[in-house]
Design a protein around this ligand. Structure first.
Ligand code: TYD
Ligand code: MG
Length: 453
């Protein structure tokens, strides 16, 4: 039996240190290390306990079971066509984004098909769940609710009820008394999740765990949580806007990076299947400081507007505020604009924002961001019917992007007239796009000239 020892786990990233430190050496967060006990795995694995034997891969039957579909098309699609029995799904997102709402609606969907679902609430009282369900018009027969935070009790109830689907809202509230640290700590989250994931595997009940996300965008608690579950879905967007994006960042049973789009309405989350104007502000003609990029999210193309405002800084170090894009990426773009396009941005505050609270991580949005910044700086508007696609390199070159054809197809379909695209990717195009003029560029300066010249 391995000996227990004490370690200090970071609440932010899950890093484990042998002694207490004021600052986590991994993620740099201050005062995030908390004492917990840890049983090191033994160095030599022993063939005891389980009697699993190696077997021929060809002899294993493929999954033939139909997937469980809750009937919310966008959610079923992000899951890869529905839930697989015995799978564990982690749904992460900022507080107030709509995680509880989405899963309660999913439970309703299953229950309406005559399936049994169990919604375990650790954060809200049964009364609060009832109030939400009334807003949503959820009153299906087979939907059971339970207010419980003990991992053992939740497991026992799931085993007793044997629902077709169970939700635990949220994993940060669940605790095991023998772990010895507070609920929400790394050790608690890790051990409780492990128990619930094993339960899903053992009983075949698909379990969804709701998890809060930290400022940095990681699910609070150890990273290990993401490794333990089969599927990780992030619910993102701006809680002050009505659109929400559900993104599969990991899926053992389906494609990753698939997205679902929802709109938060007074009566709950509604699916959005027409993405035409979702992440583009309604403009009246050309304005400076704005550019649109067709970004690729899984198999879908979203037209997303990047806005920038460049204003003379009054004193001290100029401000750089970025939301929806990677801050470091924008810093790089500012340096490239300064050096390669002779835009003297030092001494100016720069604000960059993506419309609708969506996050764009792919470098294909570089060009649109650079154009938006340059356009605001020079106060020259970008034509309203123009989109720009391309990654920008340190030498100021515009690099090719993946799946250019799919992006252009969508832009043309939604009525955009001109597209600035990397010449690099020109050879990947096998056809023309009705009504869409293509402007091929090699360098950033060339693209800026085409967009704002
Ligand atoms: P909630 O699902 O509680 O978020 P989470 O579980 O991620 O913390 O959703 C909270 C927000 O959604 C809250 O600000 C109210 C809003 N909302 C609606 O606009 N319409 C609705 O029908 C419901 C249930 C919530
Ligand atoms: Mg909630």
């Amino acid at each position: 039996m391995a000996k227990k020892r004490t370690v200090f786990g970071c609440q932010q990233c899950g890093h484990q240190a042998p002694r207490w430190l004021g600052r986590c050496p991994e993620c740099g967060e201050w005062d995030s290390l908390v004492e917990e006990s840890f049983t090191p795995p033994s160095a030599t694995a022993k063939l005891t306990g389980r009697d699993a034997k190696p077997q021929a891969l060809s002899s294993i039957a493929p999954i033939t079971e139909p997937r469980l579909r809750c009937g919310i098309g966008e959610l079923d699609r992000v899951l890869g066509g529905g839930l697989v029995s015995g799978s564990a799904v982690l749904v992460g997102g900022d507080p107030g984004i709509g995680k509880s709402t989405l899963l309660l609606q999913a439970c309703q969907g299953f229950s309406l098909q005559g399936l049994r679902t169990l919604y375990v609430t650790g954060e809200e009282s049964l009364m609060q769940v009832k109030l939400r369900s009334e807003r949503l018009g959820v009153c299906a027969e087979g939907l059971l609710v339970l207010a419980e935070t003990s991992a053992d009790a939740i497991a026992a109830h799931i085993q007793a009820v044997k629902p077709d689907f169970a939700v635990v809202d949220s994993i940060q509230m669940v605790f095991k008394p023998d772990v010895g640290s507070a609920p929400g700590s790394v050790a608690q989250v890790r051990d409780s999740s492990a128990q619930l994931v094993q339960l899903a595997k053992a009983t075949g009940v698909p379990i969804a765990l709701i998890g809060h996300v930290t400022k940095q965008g990681a699910i609070a608690g150890p990273r290990i949580l993401e490794h333990m579950v089969d599927t990780v879905l992030y619910f993102e967007g701006d809680r002050f806007h009505s659109y929400r994006l559900l993104r599969a960042v990991k899926n053992r049973f389906g494609p990753t990076n698939e997205i679902g789009v929802f709109e938060m309405r007074a009566s709950g989350l509604a699916e959005v299947s027409d993405l035409a104007g979702v992440f583009v502000s309604h403009r009246r003609g050309a304005v400076s400081g704005s550019a649109v990029v067709p970004t690729l999210e899984g198999t879908r193309v979203l037209l997303v507007e990047v806005q920038a405002l460049v204003a003379r800084a009054n004193f001290g170090t100029p401000e750089r505020k970025v939301s929806g894009l990677d801050r470091n990426r924008v810093a790089m773009l500012l340096a490239v604009l300064d050096k390669r396009a002779e835009l003297l941005l030092a001494g100016h505050d720069v604000f960059v924002n993506v419309v609708g609270g969506v996050r764009v991580v792919e470098p294909a949005a570089d060009l649109a961001a650079a154009i938006a910044i340059a356009s605001s700086f020079t106060d020259r508007p970008v034509p309203a019917e123009l989109v720009a696609i391309g990654e920008i390199g340190l030498a100021g070159e515009v690099r090719g992007v993946s799946q250019l054809e799919a992006r252009l197809h969508q832009a043309a379909k939604l009525g955009w007239k001109r597209a600035i695209v990397p010449r690099d990717s020109a050879r990947t195009l096998s056809r023309r796009f009705e009504g869409l003029e293509l402007i091929f560029v090699d360098a950033l300066a060339e693209a800026l000239e085409a967009a704002t010249g």
